[in-house]
Write a protein that binds this ligand. Sequence first.
Ligand SMILES: [Zn+2]
Ligand SMILES: [Zn+2]
Length: 91
Amino acid sequence: MKTLKNQTIYQCEYCNKRLLSKNGARIHEEQYCWNSPIVKQKRIDVIRACKHEWDTVWDYIPGEAVKEPQYDQCIKCGVTEMEFRRIEESA
Ligand SMILES: [Zn+2]
Ligand SMILES: [Zn+2]
């Protein structure tokens, strides 16, 4: 079997990422591309449908060996409080 050198390259129309297969490009655009409005809308749908369980994310204070609370994040859908507020405001 020969491998053709002049393969068609598919390119994501949102982030210009190049993909080798049409199917791969479609999956990228629908599921993985963070510039894709399809992915963004899906993410918003998940966040809206989630009954959030908030947990506080702790991180180290720069230069110190102690942690301090940074922000709240839902342990179910992974939304942060900043992202959540942005979605609520745009609703
Ligand atoms: Zn993309
Ligand atoms: Zn959630």
